[in-house]
Design a protein around this ligand. Sequence first.
Ligand code: RB5
Length: 142
Amino acid sequence: MKLVIGSDHGGYALKQEIIQHLQAKGYEIMDIGCESEASCDYPDYAKKACAAIRSGEAELGILVCGTGIGMSMAANKEPGIRASLCHDVFSAKATREHNDANILCMGARVIGPGLALMITDTFLTTPFSNEERHLRRIRKYS
Ligand code: RB5
């Protein structure tokens, strides 16, 4: 599966850990930045990641900032994007099954890397349920 991943400075260190973790599992990762902990603007990276999903270059995306909030707000303004801010494993599973979320957002200042990697794995390995009631609800806002 092809993935796109991005962060701002607040999420940079966690982004690097997630990339290492996922590459070791064989995922193909498109890293759209940022490239260091130098201060930058999260909407720029949210937009790049969303464009990669819309173009089909990536199937799912991961965005990390300090809280995950800015990334999720910016990503959800983009057409075709259903971004979910998840800081627990239950939500990561439910948002794939119920919302067919295509971007996972996390806050590197909120959770540690151990939990972030479990959430990431859960998000990436949980399929959308394809149930009619969920499709109907998604269509009402997509
Ligand atoms: C950057 O300081 C911080 O505002 C950003 O990483 C994020 O938490 C915004 O929502």
